[in-house]
Design a protein around this ligand. Structure first.
Ligand code: TYM
Length: 380
């Protein structure tokens, strides 16, 4: 089994989430914190919170305490365009959407159309910038409040925020960057400076930023938390998600560079079904007879995991599937068929919304209330 490795650019091996909490120095999301969220939120908790997919945090309790005292937080998240967007990518955005609706917060979305160009030899800047425009349409289709959301592309907004970025960058040394990101003498200098762009939006407001992301993005917040107060801002809070696993099994993450590991947001019913049937790792037994006799293992079954993390909202139904699969009453083919249908249902709705998302994009990028404010703002 491959050794676990979790960095912003590589996720490999069997991910041990409790170990990550210890190694990264974050805190677990426990029942007490979930209760607190439930009490304060204007909406019921979504499945990915209820069922532990978002499992770790930094200063979430503090952000909630401040919220209670009338000091709101703002939400910040982002996307680094490379290949097409897949199911794994939208979890942080769905979390951001829920937080926005439950707490009425402003939301800032960074589209790092420069990041993967700097990071990967094979990408041209033209490619990452083109992919950015496609991704923005997917993101906008998820349906944020257009007057409280600002989506910006790095290469487009840079002229405005450069002053804020250099002020932050002056506080961070090369040795910190090396220690946090593992940069070497061979790393191009663009990439060495680049993390400051991902840190910078946490300074868009004097309020505390709350960042939904998968845990691979946490290194950025460590840097942010070192320098924020020295610059007159608050340390960022974060809420960390697990990785939606690849179709092949629970190791690593669904990744856009591996076509057969992922279900993409633009795929149709036929493709989704084919991928689930062919690739989705099964916790079932090799033959029907054996399965009926011994039962399957839903805990390692990728179809079941997808249902649990995102696609089956009904707790009762999920429990029934769990028991039926474990007892052997439900076969692998039946579980796969059900999962493929649930995913397709979700994707068809998404694709329909995407068709009319153009006007939302315009609002969230340029002429909605928050976007307008962000373009009029003078940074010092
Ligand atoms: P990117 O584009 O790699 O991923 C976008 C978001 O999705 C999360 N993610 C996943 N979550 C669950 N399962 C997966 N298989 C999976 N793969 C990716 C990522 O953690 C991320 O939250 N550098 C960032 C872009 C960025 C950003 C931010 C992200 C800029 N500012 C602020 C979070 C918060 C990136 O390349 O993400």
């Amino acid at each position: 089994m491959a050794e676990m490795r979790v960095t912003p650019w590589t996720v490999e091996g069997k991910i041990e989430y409790e170990r990550l909490i210890k190694e990264f120095g974050t805190a677990p999301i426990n029942d007490e914190l979930l209760e607190e969220l439930k009490m304060l939120a204007k909406k019921p908790l979504p499945v990915f919170l209820r069922r532990g997919f978002f499992f770790s945090h930094r200063d979430l309790s503090l952000a909630l305490k401040e919220y209670k005292e009338g000091k709101p937080f703002f939400i910040y998240t982002g996307r680094g365009p490379s290949g097409r967007m897949h199911l794994g990518h939208i979890l942080s955005f769905l979390m951001a959407k829920w937080l926005q609706e439950a707490f009425g917060a402003n939301l800032y979305i960074e589209i790092t159309d420069d990041e993967k160009f700097l990071q990967k030899k094979e990408y041209t800047l033209k490619k990452t910038r083109e992919q950015a425009d496609k991704d923005i349409l997917d993101i906008a289709a998820l349906g944020f409040d257009p007057d409280k959301t600002f989506i910006f592309k790095d290469t487009e907004y840079i002229g405005r925020v450069y002053p804020l970025m250099v002020r932050a960058a002056k506080k961070v040394t090369f040795s910190t960057m090396k220690a946090v990101f593992g940069f070497t003498n061979e790393t191009n200098v663009g990439l060495i400076f680049w993390p400051m762009y991902q840190v910078m939006p946490t300074f868009f407001e004097k309020n505390r930023a709350l960042i939904p992301c998968a845990i691979d993005q946490d290194p950025y917040w460590r840097i942010q938390r070192d320098i924020a107060e020295g610059l007159g801002y608050k340390k960022a809070a974060a809420i960390h998600g697990m990785f939606l696993p690849p179709l092949q099994g629970v190791e690593g993450k669904m990744s856009s560079s591996k076509e057969e590991s992922a279900i993409y947001l633009d795929e149709d019913a036929k493709t989704v079904r084919k991928k689930i049937m062919k690739y989705a790792f099964s916790g079932g037994q090799p033959t029907v007879e054996e399965h009926r006799k011994k039962g399957g293992n839903p805990d390692i079954d990728i179809s079941f995991i997808y249902l649990k993390m995102l696609f089956e909202e009904d707790d009762k139904k999920l429990g029934e599937i769990y028991n039926a699969y474990k007892s052997g009453e439900m076969l692998t083919g039946e579980l796969k068929d059900y999962t493929a249908k649930k995913i397709t249902e979700f994707l068809e709705k998404h694709q329909e919304k995407k068709k009319s998302a153009e006007s939302l994009v315009k609002k969230m990028m340029y002429d909605g209330k928050l976007a307008k404010e962000m373009w009029e703002r003078v940074y010092e």
